[in-house]
Design a protein around this ligand. Structure first.
Ligand code: ZN
Ligand code: ZN
Length: 92
């Protein structure tokens, strides 16, 4: 599967490849991004500090776009990913 040129809309933003995990910043496939915006480990919560004893390698520092507010975090993430607002009236 060729990922170049792919774009995915999420919460009002249009993200383009290469996609990154919103939780840790690791590069993820378009399929993974479409599924949950996070890499496999983050998606199952393996990076949670509470799981440090089980998956210590999965724990990572917060990305630069991290925010306690989910909407704010998506907005900051979109900015970091150079995502553009999703066009409101676009025909395929
Ligand atoms: Zn991740
Ligand atoms: Zn994570």
């Amino acid at each position: 599967m060729v990922e170049e040129g792919l774009q995915l809309d999420h919460r009002g933003y249009r993200f383009r490849a290469p996609f990154q995990c919103i939780c840790c910043g690791k590069k993820v496939s378009a399929q993974q991004f479409a599924y949950g915006r996070a890499c496999g480990l983050c998606d199952v919560g393996a990076c949670d500090v509470l799981n440090r004893a089980y998956e210590p390698a999965a724990v990572h520092p917060n990305p630069v776009w991290w925010s306690e507010d989910a909407d704010d975090m998506v907005r900051r993430f979109a900015g970091a990913m150079h995502a553009s607002p999703t066009p409101q009236q676009e025909k395929d």
